[in-house]
Design a protein around this ligand. Structure first.
Ligand SMILES: NC(=O)c1ccc[n+]([C@@H]2O[C@H](COP(=O)([O-])OP(=O)(O)OC[C@H]3O[C@@H](n4cnc5c(N)ncnc54)[C@H](O)[C@@H]3O)[C@@H](O)[C@H]2O)c1
Length: 410
């Protein structure tokens, strides 16, 4: 119906491989993160227009409409009603809580629209599979938010790794260290296996795990982990996890996922054959003396070369959500897939699922995860997950005028 409406407007319709000119966008879920989506979209007024805003609390959508002066946007309280309303919508941004991503995105794609889904793609692999099937069946395009690939420090680190100057990656330390106060988990959908789908391993480290998969070019073959909740007694889910990963080529990685770290010193440290490279940017390179101990003065030539290469790399035109939105709009304009696809989103969920299974079962998990595995479904995860605490306090909304932060990527 929507693709047909697009054809009436003289566009090519929401179909993969076909080119769209002015892209009509709807946002479903007008809470915190919708601000970054709208601010990003508003950077490209010649390429897209926000035509609909939807929230189960329509007054929140009205507030957002007024805040950004989106006079042409129609407000809805139900995404299915929005899809039935006959508006010419090409692209729907799904900014609702994680447990609703699959349902909303599948409805959107079945209605013939492209979609950009907030992280995590969904809390379970079976939902990710359903989303990928809807994308293929409807010949539309799904992008998944992993906006931190569009950070100067991260995209330059990837380029340095790909240059081969440091040699092959052998050991990665991934510090997804965040801090959230006690009231964070008071919001109705947070802190439950059912609605949030997990703690920081799923909802915060999802960013760094996406980057790790991007740097490694694939998933590990073995995962072990330990999960804990050390500071948030209004939450069923973990607030801290440590995972150890082994790859097919023998290289390894460790991932710490946390919302208990004061200072939020996030970063990635990549130990490669010839040098260490890291975000925030630093590098180090050793040379061995004949006795195997590091030579005084290190390897200044390689460090100079690495620093010079890093400094020569151009900054991105747009960072964060705006960078990813620019890429998704370009993909639709050019009839190609976006840089971060549903397959990427699913890969990240698969590694996170393995971390949960390894932690709860106290075992080493092999990847890929089998379709018959109980952890393939959200029900299976819920059944097997440790419920660290009973969530006893729940509020409908936290103050939406207060600042949120989305990470440190200097
Ligand atoms: N990429 C990032 O850096 C980043 C940062 C924060 C949050 N997020 C993600 O964004 C999503 C939303 O998080 P948030 O912090 O904005 O939460 P939020 O609670 O502030 O906003 C979610 C909004 O969705 C609405 N909603 C819930 N179910 C709905 C439905 N079925 N249909 C329509 N509206 C619905 C809620 O009323 C709320 O207004 C989550 O998936 C979260 O993980 C991403």
């Amino acid at each position: 119906m929507i693709a047909a409406a697009n054809r009436l407007r003289g566009f090519c319709g929401a179909c993969f491989g076909m080119v769209i000119k002015m892209i009509n966008v709807a946002i479903v879920g007008t809470g915190n993160i919708s601000n970054l989506h709208i601010q990003g979209l508003l950077c490209f007024p010649d390429r897209c227009k926000i035509v609909a805003l939807c929230d189960i609390f329509p007054e929140k959508a009205e507030r957002i409409k007024e805040k950004y002066g989106l006079r042409e946007a129609q407000v809805f309280d139900d995404h299915e009603a929005m899809l039935r309303a006959g508006l010419p919508i090409d692209l729907v941004h799904v900014c609702t809580p994680p447990s609703s991503h699959a349902k909303v995105a599948i409805h959107v794609m079945n209605a013939g629209c492209h979609t950009l889904v907030e992280k995590p793609m969904a809390p379970s692999l079976i939902e990710c599979d359903g989303m990928l099937k809807a994308e293929a069946d409807n010949k539309v395009v799904m992008g998944c938010i992993a906006q931190n690939r569009f950070r100067n420090s991260i995209s330059k680190l990837k380029k340095v790794l790909d240059s081969g100057l440091a040699g092959k990656l052998r050991c990665a330390h991934i510090n997804s260290l965040w801090w959230r106060g006690h009231s964070y988990y008071d919001l109705w959908w947070r802190g439950t296996w059912e609605k949030e789908g997990g703690g920081p391993t799923l909802n915060h480290a999802v960013h760094h795990i996406d980057m790790l998969n991007w740097f490694q070019g694939g998933l590990p073959v073995e995962v072990s982990s330990m999960l804990a909740n050390v500071m948030h007694d209004n939450s069923e889910v973990e607030d801290l996890s440590f995972a150890a990963l082994r790859y097919r080529d023998g290289s390894v990685a460790e991932v710490t996922s946390s919302v208990v770290h004061h200072g939020e010193e996030q970063g990635l440290v990549l130990q490669a054959e010839k040098a260490k490279i890291a975000a925030p940017w630093s590098c180090a390179a050793e040379l061995a003396q004949p006795n195997g101990f590091p030579a005084a003065g290190h390897n200044p030539e390689l460090m100079k070369e690495l620093n010079a290469y890093y400094q020569s790399l151009e900054d991105l035109k747009y960072e964060g959500h705006t960078g990813e939105i620019d890429d998704v709009l370009s993909a639709l304009e050019q009839g190609r897939r976006p840089m971060i696809t549903g397959a990427d989103g699913r890969r990240t969920v698969e590694l996170i699922t393995a971390i949960y299974k390894a932690g709860f079962e106290k075992c080493t998990v092999s990847l890929p995860i089998d379709r018959m595995d109980e952890y393939y479904t959200l029900e299976g995860i819920q059944k097997n997950a440790t419920h660290f605490y009973q969530k006893s306090r729940s509020v409908t909304n936290l103050d939406s005028d207060q600042e949120i932060s989305v990470g440190n990527y200097s």
